[in-house]
Design a binder for this molecule. Sequence first.
Ligand code: ATP
Length: 472
Amino acid sequence: MYKLDTIISLAKRRGFVFRSSEIYGGLNGCWDYGPLGVELLRNIKEAWWKSMTYRDDIEGLDAAILMHPKTWEASGHTSQFSDPMIDNKSSKGRYRADNLIEEHIERLRRKKKTNLADEIEKSLSEVDELSDYFDIIMKYEIKDPVSGSTDWTEVRNFNLMFKTFVGPVEDTGNAVYLRPETAQGIFVNFKNVLETGRQKVPFGIAQIGKAFRNEINTKNFLFRTREFEQMEMQYFVKPGQEQKWFDYWKEQRWNWFVEYGMKPENLKWKQHDKLAHYANMAVDIEYKFPFGWGEIEGIHSRTDFDLSRHFEYSGKKMEYVDTVNKERYIPYVVETSGGVSRSLMAFLCNAYDEEVVTDDKGKSETRTVLRFHPRLAPVTVAVFPLVNKDGMPETAHKIYKGLQKEYKTAYDKGGAIGRRYRRQDEVGTPFCVTIDGQSLEDETVTIRERDSMAQQRIAIDSISTYISGKLK
Ligand code: ATP
C-alpha cells in the first residue's frame, strides 16, 4: 500500500489535480482537474454512462443544479440533511462527532484494543439523539486529535446544503440551494421521462452532475470535498420486486468497478447498520484507500419514499399506470449512487505502482507506473521519434496527427527513449509507438505495452486497429 502523500504528489506534479484557486492559497474542499485529471474524469464518466444508458431500460438526464426549494422540503433535506458537529473549546477545532468517534475506534483497532473498539462501535450504532454522540465522546475521553484536549462543546446539527438566492433580492422567499445530490432531479422528472421515453416499469433514469455539500471537515484529498460530481441511477420497480433489483444492481456495480481494473481485494461490501429514513435496504461498496476503507458508491432501496413525497408536496400524481395488468402504483426505487471524484481517487490509488526494472545493460531503477485500464487512461498512446533527425520526426509527427483524430495522443521527442517511456508510465499511457530507422525503410514501428513493457513491430497502417483491439 502506497502512502496517500506519494499519490497526491504525483497527481499534482503531473497535472491531474490542483488546489482550487491555488494562487490565492486555495479553497478548502475544492479541487481543479488539470489536463490529465480531466481526461481521467471524462473517461470514468463515459465508461459509467455507456454501461448504464446504452441499454433499453435506462434513459439519461441532465437536470439543473438549482431546483425549486420545495424539492428539498419534500425530500427531507431541509430538515434532515445535517451532520452532528462538535467544537473543541480550547483548540477551536471543529469536527463531525460521528467521524471523531470512528477515528478513535480506528486508532484503538490499530493498537489492538479490540474489545474497547467493539464496545464503542456498538454504542455508535445505537445513537439515537445528538446528545448520545456527546455522551460517547465524554465517556471514552476522546481527545481532540490535534491538541489532545477533551474540552468539548455540545453536539449540534449542521445542515450541509449551500444556500443562495435567485434574483437581486436576498430574502428568504428567494432562497434556493445548490443540490446536495443529483437524485432529486431524477425523481421530479420521473413522469416526464416515463412518458417521453415511452418506458415501462421496470426502468431507470441515469444522471451525472455536480453536487455540493458544505462538509464540516474536508480531508483525504478528493475523498470528502464540498463540490464534487455524482453518477446516480434511479431504477423504478414494482413494489415487492425491490429485492430482486437490489441484488441485480449490487452485482452490476461491483462488476463494473472490477471490469475497469479495480483489484477485488481492494473492494468490500459494507452493510448499513442504521438505515436512512427513506431506505429499506442499503449497502456501500468500499475501497481500501491508504487512509482506510471508505465508501465509493451506495446501492440503496429507497421504497416509494421520494415519489410519494413529491406527489404530496407538488400535488402531481407520481404514479405508474400498468395498462396490461390494469393496475396503478407508485413505483419503488433502487438506486446506485456513486461519486465520480471519489471513484477517480480510488482508480488512481488502485493504479499506482512502483517496481524495480532492469535494463539490457543490467542497470536497475524504480519505475512509477499507473496501471489504469486502457479505456480509463488519460492518454491512450504516445508517439516518439527515436532520434530527432534522418526523417524520423517527420514520420513520427504524421503518425501522431493521424492517431490524434481517434485517441488522446501525446508526442514526446525529448531525452533518451527510456526516459520517455518512464514519463508515460508515470501517467498510465498504455501504448507507446517509436519510429526508428527501420520505420523509414519498411513502414513499421515498435509498439510497447505499459504493463509488460513488451515491444513488438507492427505495420504503421495497423497501429490504430491494434489499439482499438486492445481497448475493446
Ligand atoms: P459519506 O458517508 O462519506 O458522507 P454519503 O453516504 O453521505 O457519504 P451518499 O449521499 O450516498 O454519500 O452519496 C453517494 C456518493 O457520492 C458517495 O458514495 C460518494 O462517492 C459521493 N460523495 C458523497 N459525499 C461526497 C463528498 N463530500 N465528496 C466527494 N464525494 C462524495
